[in-house]
Design a protein. Sequence first.
Length: 205
Amino acid sequence: MAPRARLLADATLTIRPANEATWDDLQKILSATAPANCQCQRYKMRPKECLVSFPAEERADRLRIQTDPGADDAVTTTGLVAYLDDEPVGWCAVEPRTAYISLVRGGRVAWTGRDEDRHDPSVWAVMCFVTRAGFRRRGISRALARAAVDFARDNGASAIEGYPLTTRNAVADELHVGTEGTFAAAGFTEVSRPSVRRAVMRVDF
């Protein structure tokens, strides 16, 4: 995927696949307490695992393997990194939905009221957004969501979906899934409403 450039205020926002970013840059984005603890592994827990069942170093090691940072020729990666000028400012987890093991196995939000093949590898999912403190409310998550659509399409996806919040009355730990407005601005449309607080939104290619 070619870098995408957008103008935010007086700075250029560039979005790159995570394998074209550096590990240090990714960790700078994930430096807040909750993202640093999770290392984007919450939805990749294997059976009988939970976030506290193995050390934070192991979570980071898994993310490093999944993203393959610094490997421009990597065949796959697991997300997108946003830069404002040269400063790493945002992260979006996006890849085939089947990569999110706990989502496929359970994930009531994703499956309630839907007749959907959970194991279809051509359907991609956006699972997480992180914007660094000091760079929020500048449209970075919306730009990442738009880039995720292009990234999935360019890599052969038949569809891409997300599971955003539908309410502003949310605690900080919930915000990583994104908001309804973020997805709508990127062209996603609602396909189900499993609860009053969550929706499934999707783009079919």
